[in-house]
Design a protein around this ligand. Sequence first.
Ligand code: GRF
Length: 201
Amino acid sequence: MEKARIAVLVSGGGTNLQALIDAERSGMIQSGKIQLVVSNNPGAYALERAAKAGISGVVVTKKECGSQAGFEERLLELLRENQIDLIVLAGFMSILTETFTSAYPKRILNIHPSLIPSFCGKGFYGLKVHEEALKYGVKVTGATVHFVNEIPDGGEIILQKAVDVLPEDTAETLQRRVMEQAEWKILPQAVELVSKHITEQ
Ligand code: GRF
């Protein structure tokens, strides 16, 4: 296979998607190419980022599909139509059941804004992750890229990167640092690693 065909699933600002787009441009990601961005939120700025990069963006909502099963079936249909090899969840805020995850074993990556197994699992997403880290008083946090299976944040860990927690940190300043110093670095690295593995098979 030439390059792994990648789909990125988004819901929000798309800063992790932007990191992937920039990494493709800089040659940091060579073994894969983003073919498709799918958002479950029509207003996601990530869709603007995709459009600016000339990447096709599609909106799929559970509402229009009528159910979780219909939503996942539509996603799987889109991925099949585009012959996708690797799926990256980049700030994607929606549950994916085993029906979906079992269709792509070790071919779905997620970026989580903590050092799993800390501050992860059901209900731990976005700012809440950093609020909990500050509440606990950890001195180091970070980000994790892991394979996605049916257990929330439960799949095999691929890469992690640690980030210092500073005394004056708020959840917002900590989130920003974790994104800048960890997420935006290890997600592209992990995508290149897994894409290379896929294309060498
Ligand atoms: C951030 O909280 C990030 O840690 C997590 O998803 C949220 C938004 O990311 N992965 P993005 O800017 O939409 O990539």
